[in-house]
Unconditional design. Structure first.
Lengths: 452, 180
């Protein structure tokens, strides 16, 4: 495998509705930003780029089959090779990894990954219906298909098994909305309190409107390249590009129907799902005690796909202790509860400790006043951009948006792109991005690292 | 060669989207078009699918006959609360088994909002139901509880299933209510 570098990216303004542009023009907004940041114009970049990967989730939202070729066409990328990928909410993360594969395999030296979703084409309740079609239409959808309902069921189980509280979940909402306050790309930039989150209209008990991401129109793109591609881009632009490499990728899957998630034995959990840093007598005993209390893995409270994606990515990137060896994480917080579940899958804390971790302060940014009494100092900021909850979730763009924000963190250029420095993670050297589909069906984890 | 047999003008109608009097610059200067507000129209779309339950069909036939079926891997005994034609571990075909339609609430929510199709039914309770001796769960509606009194204490509640008399051949042909 060849080393893969992330060199540039762009994100359109995410909004509830972007009727000012068609979807190809919205992607063009992100693309133009990305090539301008490299110091290139389209004809120069076109001469260098080998091909593209396109990302969008829903043909229902688009109401346009073959939408990807319309983008390829509008960007002026024809006749270069391209394909579309689709994997629910993880579509953007999968797109990023397919771009990585194109470079790592030697197929391409420079690859453009782009994605979008235009969810304003239908009313919110129809959008919920479209999204719920990403659940089994024989057994899940007809019962009352609603993704917020599915995630609410997961968290009621999490609450019951581990004592997770709605106030701990609200900490995630306060954090991510406050971070987004400093992110001009974000859809919802708000200073909230725990009381605000709980007082918001109930959507699916116990999740309120402020525990849940919104539907968005938006686009994002990322440019990946090999060492040779980097040389070509630097020669064309005449400037040195900061080295940020993609040091590891991982991906996991799980059953489509939440009801089908296995209830594995303790021994199988140890064999297949334990992270290396958890392999201590103390943590083995911790999990043994959980099993004796009736815990089963992954059940409906945990995402085995996220754990397996993390495990593979950490192995490839040489990460042993994720909490202390990763400087920040941009993860798929479609719900405050799923951010808590994902802390556990990614090994930032153990299964069952996510609620406590959320309110501990470890996942917050230093230097920002959240108006909360946090007992511990920041260790590994999670969703410094504001995440899906506050930035928005135009599905096909989301995973690529995470990659762009992570890249800017590692280039130490947040102030340049956001116009304000608050969200820059100090001395960021290594970040993780996490993209997640369905009720945890596809999950991608990619690790990005700054090379000095 | 236009004549009445091949008219050169299409008749005007008021069907579909009709937009009157869109502002447009007069004369040759088109530069102001860059500032034009987008034209947004409605595009209706509807379709009825012919959906087959395929190998899962006996489950729905069971509901119509007030019998609750699960599937079981014949050798290992691994049993699916929501039927699967093949086992995910051995890859073998599963067998149909009837079980009593009573279980325990494993996880739940009250939906106060939802997809368009289900909005008129809000608030409604969704639950994952677990059954004795069955390894996986079943998604169902629960009735007979006050949606305003949702509590994690509902988890673990014993539930009984009830079959719709007039089957609609959907998984909602069975629903659950508190057994106590």
């Amino acid at each position: 495998m060849r080393t893969v570098y992330a060199v540039s990216g762009g994100v359109s303004k995410f909004a509830k509705s972007r009727p000012d542009k068609t979807f190809p023009a919205l992607v063009k907004e992100a693309y133009d930003y990305a090539i301008a940041d490299l110091g290139l114009e389209h004809p120069q970049f076109w001469e260098l780029v080998d091909g593209t990967v396109a990302s969008y989730f829903s043909d229902h939202f688009a109401r346009q089959l073959m939408a990807a070729i319309m983008i390829q066409d509008y960007l002026g990328m024809c006749p270069k090779p391209s394909h579309r990928v689709e994997g629910g909410g993880a579509t953007g993360g999968i797109c990023f990894q397919e771009g990585w594969k194109a470079i790592a395999s030697g197929y391409m030296d420079i690859c453009l990954c782009y994605g979008f979703e235009m969810m304003s084409h239908v009313q919110t309740w129809k959008g919920n219906e479209f999204i719920a079609l990403a659940s089994d239409v024989s057994f899940d959808y007809p019962v009352g298909g609603f993704y917020s309902g599915y995630y609410a069921m997961m968290v009621t189980r999490h609450m019951k098994e581990f004592g997770t509280t709605v106030e701990q979940m609200a900490h995630v909402s306060v954090k991510n909305h406050m971070n987004a306050y400093y992110n001009p790309y974000a859809q919802k930039r708000r200073k909230l309190t725990i009381a605000d989150v709980r007082a918001a209209p109930m959507v699916a008990w116990p999740l309120t409107r402020l525990d849940i991401c919104v539907m968005s129109d938006g686009a994002a793109c990322t440019i990946l390249c090999s060492e040779e591609g980097l040389t070509k881009l630097e020669k064309a632009s005449g400037k040195r590009i900061p080295r940020v490499k993609v040091s590891g990728i991982g991906r996991g899957t799980d059953a489509m129907r939440m009801a089908d998630r296995p209830h594995q034995s303790y021994d199988d959990f140890l064999k297949y799902n334990l992270l290396p840093h958890e392999d201590t007598p103390e943590t083995r005993q911790y999990y043994k005690d959980l099993w004796e209390r009736g815990f089963r893995y992954p059940g409906v409270h945990s995402f085995r796909a996220g754990r397996m994606g993390s495990k593979e990515a950490y192995k490839n990137a040489g990460i042993h202790d994720p909490l202390h060896e990763i400087d920040f994480v941009e993860l798929h917080d479609a719900y405050t509860s799923s951010e808590i579940q994902t802390y556990e899958d990614m090994g930032l804390c153990r299964y069952g400790e996510g609620g406590h971790f959320a309110a501990s302060g470890k996942a917050f940014l230093p230097g920002i006043d959240y108006g909360l009494d946090l007992p511990e100092k920041p260790v590994c900021p999670v969703n410094p951009s504001g995440g899906l909850i506050a930035c928005g979730h135009p599905v096909g763009a989301t995973g690529l948006m995470q990659a762009v924000f992570a890249l800017w963190q590692l280039q130490h250029t947040i102030e340049k792109h956001f116009g304000t420095p608050e969200l820059q993670v100090p001395n960021a050297k290594r970040g993780a991005i996490h993209s997640h589909a369905g009720t945890g069906t596809y999950v991608t984890v990619s690790i990005l690292e700054r090379e000095e | 060669m236009a004549d009445e047999k091949f008219p050169t003008k299409i008749e005007e109608t008021l069907e579909g989207t009709v937009l009157f009097n869109v502002p447009f610059p007069e004369g040759d200067d088109l530069s102001s078009l860059k500032d034009m507000a987008p034209i947004i129209i409605k595009q209706p779309y509807s379709i009825e699918y012919i959906h087959s339950y395929g190998q899962d069909s006996p489950f729905f036939a069971g509901l119509a006959n007030r019998r609750f079926l699960v599937t079981r891997e014949p050798d290992t005994g691994y049993t699916y609360g929501t039927p699967r034609g093949h086992d995910m571990y051995t890859g073998k075909e599963t067998e149909w088994v009837e079980i009593p339609c009573e279980g325990v609430m494993h996880a739940f929510t009250v939906c106060h909002f939802g997809s368009e199709e289900f909005l008129p039914e809000c608030p409604y309770i969704l639950a994952q139901v677990e059954f004795e001796g069955v390894d996986t769960l079943f998604l169902a509606r629960v009735v007979g509880l006050d949606p305003a009194e949702a509590s994690e204490d509902w988890i673990g509640m014993k539930l009984k299933g009830r079959f719709r008399r007039w089957s609609k051949f959907k998984p909602t042909d069975v629903y659950f209510y508190p057994a106590e």
